[in-house]
Design a protein around this ligand. Structure first.
Ligand code: APR
Length: 183
């Protein structure tokens, strides 16, 4: 399954590079320092250009962005209006409220996106690369968080697209999506 309707909106899964998919808001898997990095963070800063980091340097909270938090900037030369930089948890075995922190990162990102008036939002698989969160577990948390938000208070958001880089991650999300109740 690659698509469902929830709360009058749509959740869709695609395999690919998130910097190539036009949406209103692209969510980035950032770190607390908001200083850029590898993975999807590196790809977003490379494709968006230096403008995004210059803005982060202006708005960066003194002690960084906490795990489960997010900030919003412009999107530079990306095919989007804004980028939300979300900080997912580092996987430490599952007993350190990683699921709650991951859920919070998705919720905060959607609040910021809805606050910007976005109709379309894209997410990568937050925390499942360098941060080591097992993809199958992360997929369940991510999709439940997005579906819950869309059902309760989706606001302007009409479509959330997960852009999954590799086939294994895409398959994990496909499986997890079949467990989400449409409606
Ligand atoms: N488009 C979509 N997904 C991508 C892309 C891309 N261009 N590049 C990588 N990914 C995927 C990875 O394959 C992985 O499935 O994004 C997922 C998240 O992996 P990471 O980017 O490593 O993010 P995360 O696990 O949250 O770790 C965050 O990594 O790059 C640093 O600055 C970042 O320190 C932070 C940490």
């Amino acid at each position: 399954m690659t698509e469902i309707s929830v709360g009058g909106a749509r959740i869709r899964l695609v395999q690919g590079d998130i910097t190539r998919v036009p949406v209103d808001v692209i969510v980035n898997a950032a770190n607390s320092e908001l200083i850029g990095g590898g993975g999807v963070d590196g790809a977003i800063h490379r494709a968006g250009g230096p403008e995004i980091m210059l803005e982060l340097n202006r708005i960066r909270p003194k002690h960084g962005c906490p795990t489960g938090g997010a900030v919003i900037t412009g999107a530079g030369s990306l095919p989007a209006r804004f980028v939300v930089h979300a900080v997912g948890p580092v996987w430490r075995g599952g007993g350190f409220q990683e699921a709650l922190d991951l859920e919070a990162a998705y919720q905060k990102s959607l609040e910021l996106a809805a606050g910007s008036g976005a109709a379309t939002v894209s997410f990568p698989s937050i925390s499942t690369g360098a941060y080591g969160y097992p993809a199958a577990r992360a997929a369940g948390v991510a999709l439940a968080a997005v579906a819950g938000f869309l059902k309760a208070r989706g606001g302007t958001i009409r479509e959330v697209v997960f852009v999954l880089f590799d086939e294994g991650t895409f398959k994990a999300y496909e499986k997890a999506l079949s467990a989400i109740e449409p409606g």
